[in-house]
Every structure is written in structure tokens, then in C-alpha cells.
Ligand binder design. Structure first.
Ligand SMILES: Nc1ncnc2c1ncn2[C@@H]1O[C@H](COP(=O)(O)OP(=O)(O)OP(=O)(O)O)[C@@H](O)[C@H]1O
Ligand SMILES: [Mg+2]
Length: 377
């Protein structure tokens, strides 16, 4: 009972703070600004202002929605680990709320008044990621015209959120491991070691243990990150949360678009609840946003096409070229039971190239082989 009320007060505190976006933004950002070495460096990182402000306008800053047992379990884990300095690895499919959880953990931690710095390892080109993380001295490489403060330095005494950590290039992984082990690093082009006191929260939608088996992720780094794993369940496994989420987003967007929407009719709610939401909460949120824009009366009115899509979902196809390449190689490997030489011959590429691609794309060769063993049994 005492724990429950402590938990409610923590969550209430978190939610109250989140409803004060400007105060929170300033509180978190001011120490960071004052840490910045000079005006040039400040200008370099000025986009961070924009990121924090954009985040504050996002519904992610309102209360966490969902009463399902699986979500509640993940929440309890997040609240429990928040007060420690322990490294957290948040895993979950795309759109399940990994970043949302990372913010919550930071906001409930003793570091909440310091910066929460985010690095999306998948969004920054591999060649730039090292200087983004560790910073660089002027002239460290072609194009390094000024000194640059890295995210590890910016996050000192605060939290560093390594988003999509499964996409961290293999060649950078030993460097990250070193900072995690020794709490020190050097800027590119410098031999001076810098001590850092950073709490790491990492997130990924990939299965890192499979990537370790496929040689695409270092085992030692995996164990360093996987100290306190939190799995966020996909929406299809907590369909009971869908009505509450749908109402929450309807209220949010109705307010934003100055509409008066009083409810969601039972047929629409049933279709929402039956659908599997492969894009999870983000997909649901976008669906509701479009429906609110289209609604003219007092009830939420999605378009007929959208309702059809919910009832007859189209199988999700890979979209990006990399996804297509990954799916094709995985399919061929499946056909030849994971035999690399045969797969390379079928694909018309050298075996070494196939090894490289399997690693880079995080393809699980072992499971193709396992399927062979299983079918033999
Ligand atoms: N429990 C929740 N209650 C309300 N909103 C939520 C909840 N979880 C996530 N959201 C919202 O869902 C959206 C997606 O969340 P978030 O960006 O944290 O997901 P993600 O797992 O990091 O996605 P991706 O893998 O695509 O980066 C956000 O707009 C967030 O506000
Ligand atoms: Mg994310």
C-alpha cells in the first residue's frame, strides 16, 4: 500500500513536471549550456533547443496510458531502477514507447535536474557518430574546423540516451565499451582523457542477443548494456489498453485542432481494438490524429478507407532498400538452411560479401540453421 502511494506520488510528480514543458526544458538545458566551452560550441549544438522544444509539444509528455499487467510490470521495473545509476536497456518493437520510458526513468532519477542527451545511433552517419559521441579537437579530421563537444561531455552528471543502440557500427563498439568500463574517453584528435559521470539508458528494437550470435554486435558490450533490461510489450499483446489510448489521443488532438469530439462509437472502438497495430502506439496515435482532422461531428470519424484497412490489413512489406535486402538475404538463407556457400552462389555474390552483409544487416543465420535441425527431428 505504502509502495503504491509512493509510486503514485512519483508518477504524479513525473506527470506534473511533464506538464510544465518550458520549466523542464530550461532546467535540463541550462546546466548543459553552462558546460559548453565557448560560443562556437553553443551554436553547433543549438539544434538541441529545437529538439527539446519539439518534444515538449508532443503528447509523450503527458501521463503514461495503460493498465495492462504487462505494461504495469515494465513501469514498475522502470520506477524501481530509476533511482539507481544502473545502465538500462529498453527493448521493444518500433513505436512501443522506448523513448517515453527513457524520459520517465531520467525524470524519476536523481539526475532529473541535469541534461538528458539523446543520440540516435541509426540516424547519424557512421563516419560522424564517433565525433558526435566523443567530440573532436579542431583539425582532428578534414572538416573539423572548430572544437566540438561530444554528447558524452554534454551529458556529464546527467543521462545519455543511446537510441537504436543495435545500429551502432561494429568499429565504434569497443570505444563505447571503454567509456562504460572506465568512465573516461578522449576527444578525437586529443590524447587528454576526460572523466565522465553519465548514466546510460540504451534502447533498441533489435534482438541484441541474436545479433551477438550473428557476430553483428559485440558480446562484451551487450553484457555491459544489458544490466537491467526492460521489455516494453507491443500493443497487440495489450489490446485492453487500446480504448484508453484511443480516448487519450482523441482528447489530445481534439484540443490541439480546436474540435469538440465527445467520444468514439462502439463499432470504431471495436475495429481499433481488434487491429494488431504493427507500428504500435505511434501508428495508433497517427491514426487518431488523422481521424480527428477528418471528424466534423461530436464522434470520432475515421475515413472509410482507414476503417477498411483496420478490418483487412495489408501484409506489411519491407519499405526501405536495406529492409528489402535484409528480407531477401534472410529468405534465401532460409531456403538453403543457413548454408552460406549455397546462399552466396544463389545470390550471385562472393561468400565474404555475404558474411559482411549478414553482419551489417543483423541477419540471424543461426535460426535458419536451427529451423533445419528442428525439421530434421
Ligand atoms: N504508455 C504510453 N502512453 C501514452 N503515450 C505513449 C505511451 N507510450 C508511448 N506513447 C507515445 O507513443 C509515441 C511513440 O513513443 P516513442 O517515441 O517513445 O516510441 P519508440 O519505441 O521510441 O519508437 P521508435 O522505435 O519508432 O523510435 C510517442 O508519441 C509517445 O508519446
Ligand atoms: Mg525511439
Amino acid at each position: 500500500m505504502a509502495w503504491q502511494s509512493h509510486r503514485n506520488s512519483l508518477l504524479g510528480h513525473c506527470a506534473r513536471r511533464s506538464r510544465e514543458p518550458h520549466r523542464r526544458t530550461e532546467e535540463q538545458y541550462m546546466p548543459m549550456k553552462s558546460n559548453l566551452a565557448d560560443r562556437h560550441t553553443f551554436v553547433q549544438h543549438k539544434w538541441l533547443d529545437r529538439d527539446f522544444n519539439q518534444d515538449s509539444a508532443n503528447p509523450r509528455d503527458s501521463d503514461i496510458i495503460g493498465n495492462s499487467a504487462s505494461l504495469q510490470e515494465s513501469l514498475t521495473q522502470a520506477e524501481t531502477v530509476a533511482s539507481t545509476d544502473c545502465t538500462v536497456l529498453i527493448v521493444g518493437e518500433t513505436g512501443t514507447g522506448k523513448e517515453f520510458f527513457a524520459r520517465m526513468i531520467h525524470n524519476l532519477s536523481a539526475r532529473k535536474h541535469r541534461a538528458l542527451i539523446k543520440v540516435n545511433c541509426a540516424a547519424i552517419p557512421a563516419g560522424l557518430l564517433e565525433s558526435e559521441l566523443f567530440g573532436c579537437e579542431r583539425g582532428a579530421f578534414t572538416g573539423a574546423v572548430t572544437q566540438r563537444i561530444g554528447r558524452f561531455e554534454l551529458a556529464d552528471k546527467g543521462t545519455l540516451f543511446l537510441d537504436e543502440v543495435g545500429d551502432l557500427p561494429l568499429e565504434l563498439q569497443p570505444k563505447l565499451l571503454r567509456v562504460l568500463q572506465e568512465q573516461e574517453f578522449e576527444r578525437l584528435g586529443s590524447t587528454r582523457s576526460i572523466q565522465t559521470d553519465v548514466r546510460i539508458i540504451a534502447a533498441t528494437h533489435r534482438d541484441l542477443s541474436k545479433m551477438v550470435s550473428a557476430g553483428a554486435f559485440r558480446e562484451d558490450l551487450f553484457y555491459r548494456l544489458n544490466v537491467f533490461p526492460i521489455a516494453i510489450p507491443p500493443v497487440r499483446e495489450r489490446a485492453g489498453d487500446i480504448p484508453q489510448l484511443a480516448q487519450h489521443f482523441t482528447r489530445h488532438y481534439a484540443h490541439r485542432f480546436h474540435k469538440t469530439i465527445e467520444g468514439i462509437c462502439p463499432q470504431v472502438m471495436e475495429a481499433l481494438t481488434r487491429y494488431s497495430w504493427p507500428g504500435n502506439i505511434r501508428e495508433l496515435q497517427n491514426f487518431i490524429e488523422r481521424a480527428v482532422i477528418l471528424s466534423n461531428g461530436s464522434m470520432l470519424t475515421p475515413s472509410c478507407a482507414e476503417m477498411m484497412r483496420l478490418q483487412h490489413p495489408i501484409a506489411t512489406e519491407p519499405v526501405t532498400l536495406i529492409d528489402v535486402e535484409r528480407a531477401h538475404i534472410a529468405r534465401i538463407l532460409g531456403q538453403v538452411n543457413g548454408e552460406m556457400t549455397r546462399a552466396a552462389a544463389l545470390l550471385g555474390i562472393p561468400r565474404t560479401t555475404l558474411f559482411y552483409k549478414v553482419r551489417r544487416l543483423g541477419i540471424d543465420v543461426l535460426s535458419a540453421r536451427r529451423r533445419k535441425t528442428d525439421s530434421a527431428c
